[in-house]
Ligand binder design. Structure first.
Ligand code: BEZ
Length: 395
């Protein structure tokens, strides 16, 4: 039986508190009116703006469920637009950590920004919660005691698809992504399991980030005629890629596979072009889990649109903060105590309950999904309780 502390079995704060195993009492004597400061570093402009908005919505939904107070203390958000530009990371992080003394910094979406943030937050008295960026090193070679991730590693989301693709009968594949850390790691993880199964990647294509002119690459794919194509694109780039793939006549001829970001929060804008696209991810709209149903209903009521994975990950960052601060009875000054609580929590996520690995990355199930009537629908479980190898992490 799992002995992790359960966080948020219900959306009701009173029930939430009751679900937490009793916590060590500390000599905390702060003024309860002191806000818990949550810095938010997300892209609110640029190609990942939609991802940033969903993440923020989910984060705020989780804290709204607590009445925007935890252990009697109000929650204060300080929001910064990263624009998904790695160069902005050190300055913004330092402003939140050194000037504002944020207790938590939630962000970012882009892996390059994450690596800059980690360097700036290393050894500091703030806790970073990554609600998306998948850079393997964040919970691998650069893992830190004060860095947690409620999302995934690059490896976790793409590795399962290599074997699935081979089992679907595809032997020769073209891979393609934006040319930056997360994209390259996703293609490498796909390649790892695809070639181990016996497949061959006949061409790897890298597109400068955040370019969305795909025509020349698609023309080349048409001439190569692979059995299938595996890609990573997200946000505005995913919308454009899937539509272009269809418009260039490739849909229906060469099956399109991806890590799930290709169809997350994008199917409405992609329209019929997204139908039938097959991906792997740790979430699906149709997951038949009570927590997913209630989360999606509330999200839609609050924001007037369907939830997506990015909202789930933001929501879980909020749940993590609330559970940890509840566990320390509102004490945020002892960060080591907070971290200890976070390491022991089980998060009752809409994706299914998860807990953290030693490296602070979720151990979670990855699903094979297909877009049906605009929804990411589960075909089957690809890999259950998958733990990132955390290569190089010394925690
Ligand atoms: C990343 O840069 O890590 C990332 C961005 C968008 C979706 C998934 C991952």
């Amino acid at each position: 039986m799992n002995n992790k502390k359960k966080a948020f079995q219900s959306v009701l704060p009173a029930t939430v508190a009751a679900c937490l195993i009793s916590m060590s009492s500390s000599a905390y004597a702060a003024d309860n009116s002191d806000p818990i400061k949550v810095g938010v570093m997300l892209p609110f402009s640029g190609v990942y703006a939609g991802l940033g908005e969903s993440t923020r919505n989910g984060l705020k939904q989780a804290l709204k469920e607590q009445g925007n107070t935890i252990a009697g203390r109000p929650v204060e958000f300080i929001e910064m637009d990263t624009e998904a530009k790695p160069a902005r990371a050190p300055e913004i992080t330092s402003s939140l950590v050194d000037n504002q003394h944020a207790d938590f910094v939630v962000g970012p979406v882009h892996s390059g920004v994450a690596m800059g943030m980690i360097k700036s937050i290393k050894g500091k008295d703030s806790i970073m919660i990554i609600p998306n960026a998948g850079a393997n090193a964040a919970t691998g070679a650069f893992c830190q005691p004060n860095v947690f991730r409620t999302s995934f590693s690059s490896w976790q989301t793409a590795f399962p698809m290599g074997k699935e693709a081979y089992d679907m009968g595809y032997k020769k594949i073209v891979t393609m992504s934006w040319n930056y850390g997360f994209g390259k790691e996703s293609l490498a993880a796909f390649n790892e399991s695809f070639t181990a199964a016996g497949g061959e990647v006949v061409k790897k294509m890298l597109v400068p980030f955040p370019k969305t002119e795909f025509q020349s690459y698609l023309t080349e794919i048409a001439s190569i005629k692979p059995d299938a194509v595996f890609v990573f694109f997200a946000g505005g780039g995913a919308v454009k890629f899937v539509k272009d793939y269809d418009a260039m006549g490739l849909k229906g001829k060469i099956p399109l596979l991806g890590s799930g970001f290709l169809t997350e929060g994008t199917t409405k804008a992609q329209g019929p072009a997204s139908e039938g696209v097959i991906t792997t991810l740790h979430y699906a709209d149709t997951l038949d889990i009570e927590k997913n149903t209630s989360f999606r209903q509330q999200y839609e009521a609050l924001y007037g649109k369907p939830a997506d994975l990015f909202a789930v990950q933001g929501y879980d960052a909020g749940q993590l903060i609330a559970a940890a601060v509840t566990a320390t009875e509102g004490n945020t000054s002892d960060k080591a105590a907070l971290i200890k609580q976070m390491e022991q929590l089980e998060i009752d996520s809409p994706r299914g309950a998860f807990h953290f690995s030693k490296a602070h990355n979720p151990i979670q199930t990855i699903y094979l999904r297909k877009v049906v009537n605009g929804q990411n629908t589960v075909i089957k479980t690809a890999l259950e309780n998958l733990e990132d190898p955390a290569r190089g992490c010394k925690l």
